[in-house]
Design a protein around this ligand. Structure first.
Ligand code: SF4
Length: 433
């Protein structure tokens, strides 16, 4: 993730953040100039790619970029090393493949959905279908183009795998034909059939609140205290019935879910569950991780044949239509196919040479970790793309060394330091996104 070249000044304690201008997030049509060339970020709602789109993306990476595709923590795709003048050619390729349905909305199609939904018998609804409907409605709403490129919709099928990814609007399938809509610490229940429409209405209510506050907020959490979003009023205006979550309804909701979430439904927080492990997902889908979050064009093509490919927020892909027998071929392509792989859960920011802020080539310095404990390498204190939840923090420092969870470690000693890093969960966040 490139640094934001126009960061807002840090607000005084207790004061609301004031954004003087729109966000500078790159897109498919707005390229970002980085030290290794230009960068394009392609929004893929629910990470979805058809087989044809997989081919086009791989071809574009080879013909116009550095031959690689980065998978972001929102399941989007980035092309790097692009020539400055290739924007029109890239846009034409993407548009022809159906990857640019609305040029005016291309940066606001930020939709993460449970990637294994409908594939493994878990979950209470097929949120991949919700994602497609939400995307169509989003692109058809002229006002929605005013959302920032950072505003995020999260659609969780009830297993809790993506609900904790920090969505501005989070929908969680809740059984009994209902969904819980979370926004800014409030939760309402809506009919599942209304869920995508409700998410869009909630986003519109956010924009109204942001304009009313006058602070230029890009995300719900940036709204000043007291300028809450009136979700229920927005849903009523949109003709959507909604009710606050009541204590006496929660048990019935949990009983109906095919896989109950780990924690009781709470009014202010969506459920948290583990992401699926790499490997087979049911009889006809396979989950792979991209080493350090990057695929070569050949690795992307190795996902085919597939009914469809879903890039994931864990920097991998779910290959729909691939059975367990595909494991040897996916392995041979250099993809991570087993939960026991020491590279599963290891991630890194762009680092050198792509990012001028970086103190090291963190991707070259990264070493295998310990299965089950995410490790993230960062070239500077921004820690771009770090995982959610608990993880081992490996931070480059001047002079060529690193801090591993705050302890100084020479670059040559990273392997023992990372594999013996503490196992107790961290209790406090250490950085901002
Ligand atoms: S060095 Fe890494 S963490 Fe720092 S701004 Fe660059 S990409 Fe982000």
């Amino acid at each position: 993730m490139p640094p934001d070249p126009t960061p807002a000044p840090t607000p005084a304690p207790g004061a609301p953040r004031v954004r003087e201008r729109g966000d500078a997030c790159p897109g498919a049509l707005r390229l970002h100039s980085a030290d290794d060339g230009h960068l394009a970020r392609l929004r893929l709602p629910a990470g979805l790619l058809t087989s044809r789109q997989v081919e086009v993306l791989a071809d574009a990476a080879e013909a116009l970029g550095d031959g690689r595709i980065s998978v972001t923590s929102r399941g989007n795709a980035e092309l790097r090393g692009l020539a400055g003048g290739c924007g029109a050619e890239l846009a034409a390729l993407l548009a022809e493949a159906g990857l640019l349905p609305s040029p005016t909305h291309e940066r606001v199609r930020n939709i993460v959905a449970s990637p294994a939904s409908s594939l493994d018998g878990l979950g209470a609804a097929d949120v991949q279908l919700w994602a497609r409907e939400l995307d169509e409605r989003l692109c058809a709403a002229p006002w929605a183009a005013a959302l920032s490129g950072r505003f995020l919709f999260v659609l969780d099928d009830g297993r809790g795998d993506v609900a904790g990814l920090g969505g501005d609007v989070t929908l969680v399938a809740a059984g009994l034909g209902t969904a819980l809509l979370h926004l800014g610490g409030r939760t309402v229940r809506v009919a599942a059939a209304d869920a995508p429409r409700a998410a869009l209405a909630a986003a519109r209510a956010f924009l109204t609140a942001a304009r009313g506050a006058g602070t230029g907020a890009w995300r719900v959490r940036e709204l000043p205290e007291g300028s809450g979003v009136d979700v229920r009023a927005a849903l009523t205006t949109a003709g959507i019935a909604a009710e606050p979550v009541r204590e006496d309804m929660r048990e019935a909701v949990r009983e109906d879910m095919r896989k109950p979430v780990e924690e009781p439904v709470r009014e202010s927080a969506p459920p948290h569950g583990a992401p699926p492990a790499p490997g087979p997902l049911g009889p006809a889908a396979f989950h792979v991780l991209a080493p350090l979050g990057r695929l070569t064009a050949a690795q992307l093509r190795a996902l085919l044949p597939a009914d469809e490919v879903r890039l994931t927020p864990w920097r991998g892909a779910v290959v729909v239509g691939a059975g367990p027998d595909r494991a040897p071929a996916l392995d041979a392509a250099g993809l991570i196919t087993r939960p026991g792989s020491p590279w599963a859960g290891v991630s890194a920011c762009t680092g050198r040479p792509g990012c001028a802020k970086s103190l090291a080539d963190v991707r070259a310095d990264a070493v295998p970790g310990r299965p089950g404990l995410p490790v993230h390498y960062s070239g500077c204190g921004r820690r771009c793309g770090h995982p959610h939840g608990d993880w081992v923090d490996v931070l480059a420092v001047p002079g060529g060394g690193y801090l591993v969870d705050g302890a100084p470690v020479p670059r040559t000693d990273l392997a023992p330091a990372v594999t013996t890093a503490r196992t107790a969960p961290r209790t406090a966040p250490r950085t901002t996104r």
